[in-house]
Design a protein around this ligand. Structure first.
Ligand code: MN3
Length: 231
């Protein structure tokens, strides 16, 4: 906690009032990971995802990944890495880092991947062309994505990624793993991801993961996916 207090004091320009020693000041200032605000209201994704699910998912589940990540990396070199840099070398760290760094990154990415149904826009331009080239059509892509999501046993994620050779692929990872981690077999740049944990859908859909995936397509933020693809 002393390091966090020091980091906070550095960030807020209060260093002159903090009685830090020279040795403490040599440490790079690293703020703790924090829960990002949702880019829309908790009720905004209805009817695809209900308000209570969104509240619990963001305030309880995502917050817990953030808290547990900060606890797992406190006092280690990992506390000085960006989340992406940590994922790229996550094999070096205990499972608590892998699970919670993944959980924090995946949920931050997931919230940005969704949009209220009234704001939905179908994919366009180069991304649409790339999906059609790779999968035949948007419908065929969605069918393959759903099939991969339904096949994932237990908890995990299904992804659309851009591989290092530039082509698109659908992958799935267990638990809170993701395609940025050095531990996964199919690596790439995530463009879209869907949370397959029961906590993401159980209140409204119970065991019907297929119905949840069907609803997911009504709230995908395709302009955001296009922006990721264009990078
Ligand atoms: Mn989740």
């Amino acid at each position: 906690m002393l390091r966090f207090a020091l980091a906070l004091s550095l960030l807020t320009g209060l260093i002159s009032t903090y009685p830090a020693t020279a040795a403490e000041i040599k440490q790079p200032a690293t703020a703790a990971h924090t829960l990002p605000a949702l880019p829309y209201a908790y009720e905004a994704l209805n009817p695809a995802i209900d308000t209570e699910t969104m509240q619990i998912h963001h305030q309880k589940h995502h917050q817990a990944y953030v808290n547990n990540l900060n606890q797992a990396i406190a006092g280690t070199h990992a506390a000085h890495l960006s989340l992406e840099a940590l994922l790229a070398e996550v094999s070096k760290w205990p499972d608590a880092v892998r699970n919670n760094a993944g959980g924090h990154w995946n949920h931050s990415f997931f919230w940005q991947s969704l949009t209220p149904p009234a704001s939905y826009k179908a994919p366009q331009g180069e991304l649409k062309a790339a999906i059609e080239k790779q999968f035949g059509s948007l419908e065929k892509f969605q069918q393959q994505f759903d099939a991969a999501g339904l096949k994932r046993f237990g908890s995990g994620w299904v992804w659309l990624i851009r591989k290092n050779d530039g082509t698109l692929a659908i992958t799935s990872t267990p638990n809170q793993d993701n395609p940025l981690m050095d531990v996964v077999t199919e690596k790439g740049t995530p463009l879209l991801g869907c949370d397959l944990w029961e906590h993401a859908y159980y209140l409204r859909y119970q065991n019907r993961r297929g119905d949840y995936l069907k609803a997911f397509w009504q709230i995908v933020n395709w302009p955001q996916v296009e922006a990721r693809f264009a990078k």
